[in-house]
Ligand binder design. Structure first.
Ligand code: F6P
Length: 353
C-alpha cells in the first residue's frame, strides 16, 4: 500500500459555496495524520502547469466561511488529452504527490478516474450548486445557492404584491431541476417548470386565472434553466393569456456566490475528512456521497453510470452490458431520486395556489 507523504487538493468546474470548507477539512485532516498537503490552483490546469503551494495549517485559516474557492477553478480542456494527462502525472511525480482529493462535478470525477488508472490515487468530493450528481443525495453548494434564491424571491414577491404582478424566475441547475423544485416549494411558487417533469402549461395558466379571481395579487413562477428557451416566452404567454402583468428575471451567477450555509460547511467538512480517510486507507477512484444521511463512498465508474442512467444518456446496448445485480442497484438509486423530485413537484403544485 502507498505510504502517503503528500497529497494534493484541487477544486475544478463551476465553483460552489462550501468548497473552501472542504479544502480546509482535507488539509487539516491530512496534516493531523502527518501527511503534507499541496494546494493545487486552477483545478487540473494547475496540475498540468505546476501551479501549487505547500499548505500549512494557517493557509486554510478563516476560509470555512468564505464563498468561491481559494484554490480558484477552471474547466481544463487540455487535461482531457493524453498530452495533458502526461503533463499532470509528471508534475505529480516531480512534486511527490501520492494522491489527490478533487472537489467538483462529474467532469472533475472523470479526470480523477483518468489519474487513478494511471497510478495516482484520487478521491472525488461532489461540489456544485446544481445537486445534479445522481449518486449522491447532496452536493456541496446546493443549500447556499437555494438560500440565495429564496432571499431574492422573497424580495420579488414584495414588489409583485405591490403591483399585482407575476414574476417568472429562471434559476440555475444546468439540466437538473433541483434548485427550481426546492425553492419553488419553499417560496410557495404557483408553478415550477423543470426539464425532467412534463409541464402542463394550460393547467398553470388556469390556476393563475382562478387564483386572481379569488383575490391573489402576486405570483411567482420558477423555471429551471435546463428547460431551455422557455422562461422568457412563458412570461409573455402568461401576460397575454391571463391578463396578469408579468416580468421575467434571470438570477444568473449571483446564485454561485456568498458565504456557505451551515449545511454546506458541515457537509463539506465531513466529506473532506472522509475523503482523506479513504485515500490514506489505500482506496482510490471513489466519489464521496451523502446517501440517506450518511457519508459513504462509491466507485466513480459506478457513480458516473448511475448518473447517465438517471439522465437517460445510456443506450439500450450499454444498459444490456451492465451486470443485472449492479443494474438493479443503479435503478434503485435513480428511482428514489426521481420519486423525491416528483414528491416535491406534486406537493408544491398542490399547495402553491
Ligand atoms: O454547474 C454550475 C453552473 O452554475 C450551472 O448551474 C450553470 O448552468 C453553469 O454552471 C454556468 O456555467 P459558467 O459559470 O461556465 O457560465
Amino acid at each position: 500500500m502507498t505510504k502517503f507523504r503528500r497529497i494534493g487538493v484541487l477544486t475544478s468546474g463551476g465553483d460552489a459555496p462550501g468548497m473552501n470548507a472542504a479544502v480546509r477539512a482535507v488539509t487539516r485532516a491530512a496534516l493531523a495524520r502527518g501527511v503534507e498537503v499541496m494546494g493545487i490552483y486552477n483545478g487540473y490546469d494547475g496540475l498540468m502547469y505546476d501551479d501549487m503551494k505547500l499548505f500549512h495549517m494557517r493557509d486554510v485559516s478563516n476560509i470555512i466561511s468564505r464563498g468561491g474557492t481559494v484554490l480558484y477553478s477552471a474547466r481544463a480542456v487540455e487535461f482531457k488529452t493524453e498530452e495533458g494527462m502526461a503533463k499532470a502525472i509528471a508534475v505529480c511525480k516531480k512534486n511527490q504527490i501520492d494522491g489527490i482529493v478533487a472537489i467538483g462535478g462529474d467532469g472533475t470525477f472523470r479526470g480523477a478516474t483518468d489519474l487513478s488508472i494511471r497510478g495516482i490515487p484520487c478521491i472525488g468530493i461532489p461540489g456544485t450548486i446544481d445537486n445534479d450528481i445522481s449518486s449522491t443525495d447532496y452536493t456541496i453548494g446546493f443549500d447556499t445557492a437555494m438560500n440565495t434564491v429564496l432571499e431574492l424571491i422573497d424580495k420579488l414577491r414584495d414588489t409583485c404584491e405591490s403591483h399585482a404582478r407575476c414574476n417568472v424566475v429562471e434559476v440555475m441547475g444546468r439540466a437538473a431541476g433541483d434548485i427550481a423544485l426546492q425553492t419553488g416549494l419553499a417560496t410557495g411558487a404557483i408553478a415550477i417548470a423543470v426539464r425532467e417533469i412534463p409541464f402542463d402549461e394550460e393547467d398553470a395558466l388556469e390556476r393563475m386565472i382562478k387564483a386572481r379571481k379569488n383575490g391573489k395579487r402576486n405570483f411567482i413562477v420558477i423555471v429551471a434553466e435546463g428547460k431551455e428557451n422557455f422562461a422568457e416566452g412563458f412570461a409573455k404567454r402568461i401576460e397575454e393569456k391571463t391578463g396578469i402583468e408579468t416580468r421575467f428575471t434571470r438570477f444568473g451567477h449571483v446564485q454561485r456566490g456568498g458565504c456557505p450555509t451551515l449545511k454546506d460547511r458541515a457537509t463539506a467538512s465531513l466529506m473532506g475528512k472522509f475523503a482523506v480517510d479513504e485515500l490514506l486507507a489505500g482506496k482510490s477512484n471513489l466519489v464521496v456521497c451523502e446517501r440517506n444521511g450518511s457519508i459513504v463512498s462509491m466507485d466513480i465508474g459506478f457513480a458516473l453510470t448511475v448518473d447517465k442512467l438517471f439522465k437517460g444518456n445510456l443506450s439500450e446496448e450499454q444498459i444490456a452490458k451492465i451486470p443485472p445485480e449492479e443494474f438493479a442497484k443503479m435503478k434503485a438509486i435513480c428511482d428514489e431520486r426521481a420519486a423525491r423530485k416528483m414528491l416535491i413537484y406534486e406537493t408544491a403544485k398542490e399547495i402553491g395556489n
